[in-house]
Design a protein around this ligand. Structure first.
Ligand code: 13P
Length: 345
């Protein structure tokens, strides 16, 4: 295992004032989002949309790394440059989603296990050749009155650790993503208890598989009340609960924690990340790895129309900059009022 390479990549992914752009939606998920906006669901449209994202002027100001899908890393930008190379040219580290999605966990109704370990060593070598420096594997954990069960937590923690060890063997930094879902009416306290339980299980497995803490990035959910919970919480309360949970569960040797957005409204995600930087020093870089909370406004503006590309790019970079500011504790509602510079739509 090349410790120096892994540490350097993890540091580059969490550069000061920057975060990650998750643009690794599977074709099915991307098509679903396109369909909701009346956008044609084809490989060419997915390529055009990913080109819009990667070529947005100023993106690298707040984006240190971007996560691609298997389709995108094999495609070229509209200018004919492989996507991973276009990112590198812009000073952005390229990554790749390598789990093969979540399927029903046998014998445990309502629970999922992420799959994709078979053949992963060979796939990682191929992705490294295509220009990837890091990888991502997402496990999903649902909460309801009876869930999650220990079997689901243990199986997903084990798979995440096997994946992470294979990544480090291949010289790729693993993003370890155990996502406790927001769906449901559970309280923030319940989300906190489940998230802490999941993170303890994940780090126990990471240790057992010999994963280098300094050469990985954790991508957790924020600790939030369920979307249908009657008692929603302030950004300050969410920041307090999330940091308390992470401080208990995540070793200080981990260089960076990059949150997923999980379906939060974009402005709320920025406000909550910002609130986590209100207090004194944290042991890890604490940043973002958002998909929806960065992309949503830009996608809605683009709607598949070439005439909207420039305006959509400005909105995209504005959201990235808001999150870059939040990661430094310098985000404010005034940034939203100022809006994306030059946006005339
Ligand atoms: P969201 O920010 O939309 O939750 O997506 C992050 C991600 O990469 C999910 O795996």
């Amino acid at each position: 295992m090349n410790h120096a390479l892994l540490k350097a990549t993890a540091q580059a992914m969490s550069a000061e004032g920057k975060g990650l752009l998750a643009m690794d939606e599977s074709n099915a998920t991307c098509n679903k989002r396109f369909a909701a906006l009346g956008i044609d669901q084809s490989a060419d449209m997915r390529r055009a949309y990913r080109d819009l994202l990667v070529s947005a002027p100023g993106l690298s100001r707040s984006i240190a790394g971007a996560i691609l899908s298997d389709e995108t890393i094999r495609q070229q930008t509209l200018a004919g440059v492989p996507f991973a190379h276009a990112l590198a040219d812009a000073g952005i580290v390229a990554g790749i989603k390598v789990d093969a999605g979540a399927v029903d966990l046998a014998g445990h109704p309502g629970e999922k296990i992420a799959q994709g370990l078979d053949g992963l060593r060979e796939r990682l070598a191929g992705y490294a050749q295509l220009g990837a420096s890091f990888a991502k594997w997402r496990a999903v954990i649902a909460i309801d009155a009876a869930l999650p069960g220990q079997a689901c937590i243990a199986a997903n923690a084990h798979a995440l650790a096997r994946y992470a060890a294979l990544c480090q063997e291949a010289g790729l930094v693993p993003i370890v993503e155990p996502e406790v879902l927001m769906d449901g009416a559970h309280t923030m306290a319940r989300c906190k208890a489940v998230t802490e339980q999941v993170l303890h299980a994940v780090f126990a497995q990471l240790r057992e598989q010999g994963v280098l803490m300094e050469g990985m990035v954790l991508k957790p959910n924020m600790v939030l009340p369920g979307l249908a919970c009657a008692q929603q919480e302030s950004a300050a309360a969410i920041a307090y609960a999330t940091l308390a949970c992470l401080r208990r569960a995540v070793p200080a040797a981990v260089p960076a924690i990059a949150f997923l957005s999980g379906g939060q409204a974009p402005e709320l995600a920025s406000e909550r990340l910002n609130a986590m930087h209100a207090g004194p020093g944290l042991p890890w870089a604490l940043t973002f790895s958002f998909a929806r909370a960065i992309q949503e406004p830009a996608l809605a503006l683009w709607r598949g129309m070439p005439a909207n590309v420039a305006a959509a790019q400005r909105v995209l970079v504005h959201r990235a900059d808001c999150n870059g500011a939040a990661r430094r504790g310098q985000y404010s509602a005034a940034m939203e009022r100022a809006g994306a510079p030059g946006n005339t739509l």
